[in-house]
Design a protein around this ligand. Structure first.
Ligand code: PMP
Length: 400
C-alpha cells in the first residue's frame, strides 16, 4: 500500500541542524536555525520564564481543555502587547484574537481563513521570504506570487521595486509583510517607507497581513518593533497579524502565538473570531495551555514584565555586539577592501551575507559552518569568540 511513497527532501532550515549534528568537527558552528544561544553557545531559558513556571506550579493550575480560541488572559495580553494597551481598537473591540500554535500555526490559521472566505485572492510575499511562508500558503490552497524586496547590488531594500509590484497587483490582494526584522534579509523599511507602503495598500484596497515573529527581540523594545503594525492600524486599515513568542520569550517548543484580525467594527470582529474557531476545531481542537499561561503571567505582573524587557534587551544587545564584531573582523581580514557595512545596517537575529549557493556550500564543506543556502546566517548562534573564524570562512568562500 505504501510502496509509492517517495522520500521527502530535507527541510531547508531544520535540515541544516540535522547535518550539523552529524558533523564531528570541533570547529563546527550552527548558524542555520534562528534560535538564541548564549555567548557559550548554549540554549537559554529566560529567568522570567522560570519564575512564571514556578508560580504556576505552586498555584496548582489545572490541565483541562482550553476553549477553542485559547486562554482569555493570554489573548488579552497578546493584543495589548501588539497594539499598545490604550489603543482605541482594543477599547472598541475591533480586534479578533485567537491563540495559535506559535507563529507558524497562527499563519496557517490565517491562511485557512483566506482560503475559505477570500477564495482565489492572491497573497503577495516578499522575494525572498522565510521559506515556510510558501509551504503554508501551498498547503492551505492559497495562490501566491512575489514582490521585489531585496536588491543584491546594494544588499539593501529594493523599495521602488516593492512599491511597483504592490501597485501592479490586482486590487484587493493580500500583502504579507514582516512586521520587523525581515527574515532572511534583516532589512526593514524605514518609518517613512512604511507610510508609503500603507498609502499604496490603501489606494489598491489590499489587505495587509503582518507576520510579527520578533517583537522586542529585534530592537530590544516591544513598542519599536510593533511600530509598523501600529502605524497601519492608526490609519484605520483592516489587517491580519500573526504573532510568535518563540524568540522574544524563548518559548520555541511551547508553540505559543496568536492570529489577530483588526477590522472595522466589534460586530465583524466577533464574526471573524467565530469562523477562526470553526477552522481551528477540526485541525487541532484547542491550543496548549502552558505557554499561554507563561505569557499571561509575565505580562500580567509588573515586575516580571520589567524583567522580561531587560532580558529581551540583553538578548538583542548580545546579537548587536556579535554583529559589530563580525563586521570588524571582516573589515580587518578582507584585503580587497570590500564595504561590509551592510551587515551593520541589518537588524534582528539574521544577517544576509550575500554569499550564493556555491559559496554557502564552501562555508559548510570546508569550514563546518552550517547555514541556509541563500546566504543567511543566524547571529544568535554566533559568539564573540567565533567571529574571527567566521570572518575567515566568509572571506575564503566569497573570493574563491
Ligand atoms: N515568521 C517568521 C518570519 C519567522 O522567522 C518565524 C520563525 N523562524 C516564524 C514566523 C514562526 O516561528 P514559530 O512557529 O516558531 O513561532
Amino acid at each position: 500500500k505504501f510502496e509509492s511513497v517517495t522520500m521527502a527532501p530535507p527541510d531547508p532550515i531544520l535540515g541544516v541542524s540535522e547535518a550539523f549534528k552529524a558533523d564531528s568537527s570541533p570547529l563546527k558552528l550552527n548558524l542555520g536555525v534562528g534560535a538564541y544561544r548564549t555567548e557559550e553557545l548554549q540554549p537559554y531559558v529566560l529567568d522570567v520564564v522560570k519564575k512564571a513556571e514556578k508560580l504556576m506550579l505552586e498555584s496548582g493550575e489545572f490541565k483541562e481543555y482550553l476553549p477553542i480560541e485559547g486562554l482569555a488572559a493570554f489573548n488579552k495580553a497578546t493584543a495589548e502587547l501588539l497594539l499598545g494597551a490604550d489603543n482605541p481598537v482594543i477599547k472598541q473591540g475591533r480586534i479578533a484574537t485567537v491563540q495559535g500554535l506559535s507563529g507558524t500555526g497562527s499563519l496557517r490559521l490565517g491562511a485557512a481563513f483566506i482560503q475559505r472566505y477570500l477564495p482565489g485572492v492572491k497573497v503577495l510575499i516578499s522575494s525572498p521570504t522565510w521559506g515556510n511562508h510558501k509551504n503554508i500558503l501551498n498547503d492551505s490552497g492559497v495562490p501566491w506570487s512575489e514582490y521585489r524586496y531585496f536588491d543584491p547590488t546594494t544588499v539593501g531594500l529594493d523599495f521602488s521595486g516593492m512599491i511597483e509590484d504592490i501597485k501592479n497587483a490586482t486590487d484587493g490582494s493580500i500583502i504579507l509583510l514582516h512586521g520587523c526584522a525581515h527574515n532572511p534579509t534583516g532589512i526593514d523599511p524605514t518609518a517613512e517607507q512604511w507610510g508609503t507602503i500603507a498609502d499604496v495598500i490603501e489606494e489598491k484596497s489590499h489587505l495587509p497581513f503582518f507576520d510579527v515573529a520578533y517583537q522586542g527581540f529585534a530592537s530590544g523594545s516591544l513598542d519599536n518593533d510593533a511600530s509598523s503594525v501600529r502605524q497601519f492600524v492608526a490609519r484605520g486599515l483592516e489587517l491580519f497579524v500573526a504573532q510568535s513568542y518563540s524568540k522574544n520569550l524563548g518559548l520555541y517548543a511551547e508553540r505559543i502565538g496568536a492570529i489577530n484580525a483588526v477590522v472595522s467594527s466589534s460586530d465583524v470582529a466577533n464574526r471573524i473570531k467565530s469562523q477562526l474557531k470553526r477552522l481551528a476545531r477540526p485541525m487541532y481542537s484547542n491550543p496548549p495551555v502552558h505557554g499561554a499561561r507563561i505569557v499571561a503571567n509575565v505580562v500580567g505582573d509588573p515586575s516580571l514584565f520589567d524583567e522580561w524587557r531587560s532580558e529581551m534587551q540583553l538578548m538583542a544587545g548580545r546579537i548587536k555586539g556579535v554583529r559589530q564584531s563580525l563586521y570588524d573582523a571582516l573589515s580587518s581580514v578582507d584585503e580587497n577592501g570590500k564595504d561590509w557595512s551592510f551587515i551593520l545596517k541589518q537588524i534582528g537575529m539574521f544577517s544576509f551575507t550575500g554569499l550564493n549557493k556555491n559559496q554557502s556550500d564552501n562555508m559548510t564543506d570546508k569550514w563546518h559552518v552550517y547555514m541556509t543556502k541563500d546566504g543567511r546566517i543566524s547571529l544568535a548562534g554566533l559568539s564573540l569568540a567565533k567571529c574571527e573564524y567566521l570572518a575567515d570562512a566568509i572571506i575564503d568562500s566569497y573570493y574563491n
